[in-house]
Ligand binder design. Sequence first.
Ligand code: AMP
Length: 286
Amino acid sequence: MSTRLKLAVPNKGRLSERALELLSLAGFHVPRHARRLMADVNDQWRLLFVRTDDIPEYVANGTADVGITGFDIVRESGLDVERVLDLGFGKCRLVVATLQAHEIKNVKQLQGKRIATVFPNLTKNFFTENDVEVDIVPLSGATEIAPSIGVADAIIDLVETGSTLRQNGLEILETFLYSEAVLIANANSIAEKRDALIELETAIKSVLDAKAKRYFMINAPEDELEQITALLPGVTAPTVMPLMGREGWVAVHAVIHEGDVNRIIPELRKCRAEGLLILPIERMMP
Ligand code: AMP
């Protein structure tokens, strides 16, 4: 029997490519031609390519040890899995929306109304918590057209920017869940295969941490070093090296936040910095 650890990843849909890209950057590279039902990565891991919606079930019942799926899907499943890591992509929110032209302007006014959704469980919980009784109309997609064709009075749906809703004449009454892609794990697997799961989590986290950072290299006069170090936020100890053949000059290397790059450059120029190089960082383990 195979002792490989099993990681369930979406086989298609919005989250699939991004999940594989993240895994690849983390060192779990799957060639495109191998992305069918399952693929083995190094000696330790087996990737299972399955439907995004089914991943909580596979993880909960132990078919997979870990999985990547949307947090909304995990919550809708109601299954008992551990949310190990937020992955920073597939960001969206679950909202209650109704026709702009409708007289309904808050959730309480939905009493007795029909709500179309692909999230019947979350919808039921939401209205129960709000003490509002509704009829749920379960659909398998395209809920945004339900109000205008008279199938429902309101919808509960995922939005990223809200533009699809606006195009369909809908307005948001309330946001009640923020979602993104998450790494989930089975509690038994966490206990029994701890070391391998920590290795996976650490590898993925190192990619996420590196994304917003840049490796910054400059040459500068040594007598400006104090000023320059003060300009590099969050860096307690930049690497400083002598420059061969340039008396009184040094190379300074530091990791900085990408959002600070443009602000810092003119300041460094004032300190007579030259030869600036700004590089992406593949992985980072502080
Ligand atoms: P799929 O149906 O396989 O394309 O994946 C849908 C999942 O992608 C959702 O359950 C969310 O977790 C995520 N997602 C991210 N942004 C959106 C969006 N604007 N609309 C629908 N799903 C989104």
